[in-house]
Every structure is written in C-alpha cells, then in structure tokens.
Design a protein around this ligand. Structure first.
Ligand code: ADP
Ligand code: ASP
Ligand code: MG
Length: 406
C-alpha cells in the first residue's frame, strides 16, 4: 500500500546532538517539520565525539579487537542519541519512537566497519508513521543477514539518511550539520571560504571523495543514483544551505566558474615499493593482494624502469597501514617505504573540462609557495597533488586565493 503523506528525512550530525540542550533544540526543529504536515523520519549520529571515545575504550582492552565486537560497540553511540531525542520529543507532547538500524529494516552485507546497505525493509517505519509517530533511526548501522550488527564506515549516518530517503520515496533529505552548507573550502580552515548555493552530484562526489567530510561519499553516490535532492544546512539557524542536485535553477550563471572548491585529505599514507621486476602481471599481483584484504588504493605512480627493475608508489588510508605492511611482507626481493606524513590537496570543478591550463596553474601556485609535488592524479573534473602534510594549510589557502574562490 502506498503511503499517502509526504515523507521527509532529516539527519543531524554529531555536533548537532552534542549535548542535552542541543538535543532539545533538534526536537523543536523536528516538531516544526511535523507541524508543517509532513511525516518525519530523523536520522541521528552519536553525540559529539562519542564514537572516537568508544574506539578508544576498545583500544584499552585489545590491540586487535574483533571486528564484530567493534561494530557492536560503536553502534551504541547512535542508540543513545536516538533514544534521548525520542524522549525530548515526547516531553514536548508529540509521539515518537526510536529504532536501531536493524529495527528500521536496514540490511547490510557482512563487511564489519564498512558495510554496504543491501536493502531496507520499510514496513516497520511506515507502520510507525501511520501511527503518527516521529520516527528516529540510529544512523551509521544496520544488521547483516546473519543478524549481526554492522556499521557503515565513519561518517556513515549521512548514508543511512539518503538510503532511507530513497527507500521511503521521501520528498527530500536534509543534512543538518555544524556549518551552513558546502563551502568552496573547509570553512574551519579557510576563513574566506564561500558557501555554495548549489552543487551538482558529480562535483559533490569529487569533493566528498577527496576529503570534504561535510557529507559521506556513499551518501552522495546513493543520492545521485536515485535522484534524491539533498539540502545540506546548519542545525543552528534557519539559513538556506547548499542544494545538491543537478540543473539547479538551470544556469542562472551564464558560465560556471572553472573551479568550485579546494579540498584536502590528511588521512592517507604513501607506500613505495622498490626493486620490482618490470614484467607483465606485477601490478596485477601487487594490487590483487591488497584488494583481497579490502585495502583501497587511491593514487598510483609507476616510474620508468632501469635495467628491468621498477618502483611503484601508491596511497592508502592510514588506518590500513598495519594490514598493508603484513601483505607486503610476503612479497619477495622488494624494499618497502611507508610515509604517513603526506597529504592530498585537490581542486574540483566541472568547468575545468573546457578550460585548458588549469593543471599548470595549480602546479604554478604550489611552486610559488615552494611546495613540492610528490604525486599527481586527475579525473575529468578534479586534479589532486600529494604534498608534505605540514604544508597542507598553506597549499589549500594559496589555491583558494589563486583560483579566486573567495
Ligand atoms: P556531522 O557531525 O554533522 O556529520 P562532519 O564533521 O562530518 O559533521 O562534517 C562537517 C564538517 O565538514 C565541517 O565542520 C567542516 O569543518 C568540514 N568540511 C570540510 N570541507 C568542507 C567544505 N568544503 N564545506 C563545508 N564543510 C567542510
Ligand atoms: N558516529 C559515526 C562517526 O563518528 C557516524 C557519523 O557520525 O556519521 O563516524
Ligand atoms: Mg559527518
């Protein structure tokens, strides 16, 4: 049976539910949407830095804790904020119920700490909405087909929200956070950064995948695939935020700027492997071993071989370094170096496709600051450079100013 009323999904991040006063304010915000006649589904993150604290507790007990128990542990953070928010709403005289990811019908695969949503059984949520309740769903978690609790990766509550919006055919999905929207650079690093009125899915995908943690990458993938309109906005005021959608107001600007934003990522490490025999199958073997252990590889550079001996450098997430070390140890006759003091700076913009010289300008801006580029990678709408981590702030600011984004 089709659900008749308009459903909206609102997601509140960790800082937005950081303490009791903030949770009460979120309750007011949610009730306002309810009073506009909508059926409201709310997704919450854990309060403040709860998830980090829980991970810290595990570290005090085990050096290599079971992945299943880690997910069991960190999933509790979202249950706390969800139940408190339901209570706050009830205190204000409205009906509300909080659900875990599993109770909300979110079924995932078995990949602990980075699980993917397979499907959402919406019956329970729809039943609660029919009873006129405001439904609160714990973000970042689901349950696998064996009944084990899984989590979706850091920042994954955004993905819960967009997945629910898709499954419930919601009108839109609002992501409430601690900044007013998506900016031309991290507003907490670059004071001159500007809020974007709108951004296309493709540009948002590149921003999210290159370090702008304002929204989880998989949430954007979901939104693009299912045409879910996202509104990223502040949970502390009513200002209009940033709309993530295609064809926003159909070209009010005659020409889009060449560059939309600058991002950075300090969470990667550079791995270099020396002494590889230069013959077919070497890269397949190396990256096959890493893929087998679910280690994601980002940038890759292979140098020209001398006397049939080649070197390959690539970047991986810092948290995968211990596992990568184990994998690489099994390779014979090669020497490995790992540098965790690197950072990636990227410029993103759909306009670069029709503007030659953008890469040259980026390299020149970095050169003028005497910042050395160690690796480069590009997509049609992004250019990334790996540099020393201690130069990252300078690089981001210089590129933001150099491309006149302020
Ligand atoms: P939440 O807890 O609400 O999920 P996050 O901390 O995950 O919030 O994401 C919001 C943060 O993203 C901001 O505080 C900001 O520092 C950071 N950020 C990085 N790049 C950008 C950007 N381009 N625009 C907006 N915020 C950004
Ligand atoms: N609480 C989880 C985290 O800190 C998920 C989220 O906030 O989206 O990563
Ligand atoms: Mg987040």
């Amino acid at each position: 049976m089709r659900y008749k009323k308009d459903i909206v999904v609102l997601k509140f991040g960790g800082t937005s539910v950081g303490d009791i006063e903030k949770i009460k304010r979120v309750a007011d915000r949610v009730i306002r949407s309810k009073n506009e006649g909508k059926s409201v589904v709310v997704v919450v993150s854990a309060m403040g830095d709860t998830t980090d604290k829980l991970i810290g507790l595990a570290g005090e007990i085990a050096s290599n804790p079971s992945r299943r128990e880690m997910d069991m542990l960190v999933s509790t953070g979202e249950c706390v904020s969800g139940s408190l928010l339901a209570m706050a709403i009830q205190e204000k005289g409205y009906k509300s119920v909080s659900l875990t990811g599993g109770q909300a019908g979110i079924v995932t695969d078995e990949l602990y700490s980075n699980a993917k949503i397979l499907n959402i059984r919406t019956e329970r949520i729809l039943k609660e909405l029919r009873r006129d309740r405001i439904v609160i769903v714990a973000g970042f978690q689901g349950v696998d087909t064996g009944g084990n609790i899984t989590t979706l990766g850091r920042g994954g509550s955004d993905t819960t929200a967009v997945a629910l919006a898709t499954a419930l055919k919601a009108k839109y999905c609002e992501i409430y956070t601690d900044v007013e929207g998506v900016y031309s650079a991290d507003p907490n690093m670059v004071e001159e950064a500007k809020k974007l009125e709108s951004i296309s899915y493709d540009e948002m995908l590149e921003l999210a995948s290159s370090g702008a943690k304002v929204i989880h990458l998989r949430a954007v993938e979901f939104a693009k695939k299912n045409n879910v309109i996202l509104h990223i906005r502040s949970s502390f005021n009513d200002n209009e935020g940033t709309w993530v959608m295609d064809d926003f107001k159909k070209d009010v600007r005659m020409e889009r700027p060449v560059i939309t934003g600058v991002t950075y990522d300090v969470g990667e490490a550079k791995v270099s492997i020396f002494g590889l025999e230069d013959k077919p199958g070497i890269a397949a073997d190396l990256f096959g071993r890493l893929a087998e252990k679910n280690i994601n590889v980002d940038l890759i550079v292979q140098n020209v071989s001398e006397k049939n001996i080649a070197a390959i450098s690539f970047t991986i997430r810092t948290e995968d370094v211990p596992l990568a070390k184990k994998v690489l140890k099994k390779m014979k006759n090669v020497r490995t170096e790992i540098d965790t003091e690197i950072a990636k700076v990227s410029i993103i913009g759909a306009g670069m496709q029709s503007n030659p010289g953008v890469a040259a300008k980026m390299f020149k801006i970095l050169a003028e600051k005497d910042i050395n580029i160690e690796m480069i990678s590009t997509s049609p709408i992004r250019i990334s450079c790996v540099i020393k981590e201690n130069r990252i702030k300078e690089a981001v600011k210089a590129l933001h100013a150099g491309f006149e984004l302020a």
